[in-house]
Unconditional design. Sequence first.
Lengths: 248, 244
Amino acid sequence: MPLPAKAFQLWLHSVAPTASTADICRISGIKRTTLAQQLVRGKVSESTLVSISRALKRSPLDDLASFDSFAGLAEQPQLPTPAELVSQIATMDLLRAVISRSSPAYGGFGDHGSALTPPLSAAPHATSVRNWVDAIDDGELRHRVSAATGVAPQNYSAQLTANRLAPELAVATSRAAGVGFTGGLVATGLLTEAEAGWTPAAKQAALDALSDGELTALAGERLQSLGRTLRRQEQEHEQTKKIWENLG
Amino acid sequence: MIAILQWSTLAVCALAAIARVPSALRGENRSLFFVYLFLTVAILLSIDAPYVAIDQALGGLNLANLVLRFIIFGAIFALGLRIARGFGADDALRLLTGPVGVAVAALASVAVMVVFLMMDTAGSSAGLIAVHAKDARNALLVEYYGAAGRLYPAYVMLALLPAMLRTVGSRLPGLVRVGAALLAVGSVAITLSLLFPVIPESLAYLRFLINYTAILCLIVGLATIWLSKAVAKRTQEMQTNVTG
């Protein structure tokens, strides 16, 4: 469930008592029609709140936590686990790390890396949602989330495949896995790493802590799944082309 | 109401045929152009005024109706081949070109011709309504004639229906799936036309509705797939990206 419009308007009035709706839309870059529609329907999306909170230079995390459905979000700032941090590193960055650790003959710098290695790109990446869930899944996680939220497992999986996850589902997933609440919100791109309270070097540190074996195996898994995705896309393109050749 | 439906279907189909002329001249999918052309002629021949005019020229023996049946057979067969190949439906392709498909086509053709020869077909009348009204024997023969004429199209479209539904449920581009869905609706409508004999007289308008829904869905469905190709050429959505 997105945020109730009534609670949203109370919040908006308390944080920006003098601003008109037009002002709010202008500074946050939200279309006026979008906001009006969300208010009329009685449901305001979390990303609307985050955009406004950002524009007002407030903490989106704290503001989200002021709503009942996200209560407890900011209370116990539990930091992301190393596995969660690594899950938010893009596949191409992992591969670059593999090469970077290889011997100079293969373009690497040896085990200790180099200042020349480009910094990791910011989360989220193309498969960040599924990678995050995989990183915290003990094998039963999806069933527990499904039981707790009433969302059918296939709908949950469909969201992961599309690299999406509704914020309340992301929080429910964190809760079911017993990890901090911010991981899912970063993986879905609702919050940036900084807004979630992650330190700038946290991802790099988690990556550096991986042994060569762990890093290589992880990069391999990511490559395999990327290969499957690309092959499926190529197959679909072939099918589409065939349809166009014959019927277009 | 029915006249509006008839003439607008004719207009849509003729426009689609005209729109395909340039690509047909370039040599792309010529058979599809002829499918549109045949369907346009078929619709023309199912409307009263043009039918009577053309049939008078052919001798006033309702030969135009027989021609119409075979135009439909030909158009549906050509369309069926295209759809089966396009949707990669080897099973449907076998059903169309294999012994069963040939047998159904032959059976329907022979039945249409024999029944036509048995009828007293003098006097041009679209849909053979005047022949139907002559006497009980001719009325019955017209029913058989119609059933035989609907048999083959229904067989072809039914054979293709699973492949269309597979495409609708796939993850192909949205417009392609919309096109496949329209084709599927058209196929179901053509199959439903087999039930015409049990539709009571009071609901006779349903026959027109089903017939023209079928043709409109087929034409618009094909046009949608064509459109999706044009759109994709512009947006280049058919690219894979290794970064995931």
